[in-house]
Ligand binder design. Structure first.
Ligand SMILES: [Zn+2]
Length: 206
């Protein structure tokens, strides 16, 4: 992803592929982060006499860190203070004639911000354990002294939604074997594990 793409995702409404495989308009990541700072805001009604709005300290810290880094980088780069908001600073920086060093640095740091925001807003959901199922590669259903389940299914996308089945994967923690793509539905059938059971109320068929 180029610096321009990263900054666009951070500061503008953009298209993103949803679990249905279609592109949807989603808000700027910095707007999502700002909204996450006061998660109860939209429900509180904003009345002055109501209970105080809870603050997500992690979201606030991240927002401040991004803002301070961007503003101090800009000061170092341009020799003047940026007095307007962060959402306008980043596209402005992209429009400048950057040195290759600044370009490479900003490319890296903007991807780190995207990762940090995404992880904070949509924490990774744990893989589904395929309890009682035997790995066709090593023949084990449990492994190690703690008798852990060998097979697990990865079925969530980076936002915690159920991914398309073509993006699912199965891994064996016992022998390290892995299956992906079309192999997943084949293996689930072979293991006699219907998709309905795995996904419970999520109405996905294998
Ligand atoms: Zn195995």
């Amino acid at each position: 992803m180029t610096l321009r793409d990263s900054v666009f995702q951070l500061t503008s409404e953009h298209l993103k592929t949803g679990p249905d495989g279609k592109a949807h308009k989603v808000p700027a990541l910095l707007d999502e982060l700002r909204a996450a700072v006061t998660p109860g805001n939209s429900m509180s009604g904003g009345g002055a006499s109501g209970p105080p709005i809870p603050i997500n300290a992690d979201a606030l810290d991240l927002l401040r860190e991004i803002e301070q880094t961007a503003k101090s980088d800009y000061y170092e780069m341009a020799g003047v203070q940026w007095t307007k908001d962060l959402a306008r600073l980043l596209p402005w920086i992209v429009s400048l004639d950057l040195t290759p060093e600044w370009s490479a640095y900003l490319e890296r740091v903007s991807l780190e911000w995207i990762d940090a925001i995404t992880t904070l807003i949509w924490p990774v959901k744990p893989r589904r354990k395929l309890t009682g199922k035997t790995c066709p590669s090593c023949g084990l259903s449990m492994h190690g002294d703690e008798r852990k389940v060998t097979l697990s299914l990865g079925c969530w996308d980076s936002e915690g939604n159920l991914a398309k089945i073509g993006d699912w994967d199965i891994e064996c923690a016992g022998c390290g074997a892995g299956w992906s793509g079309d192999q997943v539905s084949w293996l689930l059938k072979a293991l006699d594990t219907p998709g309905m059971e795995l996904t419970q109320a999520e109405k996905i068929r294998v």
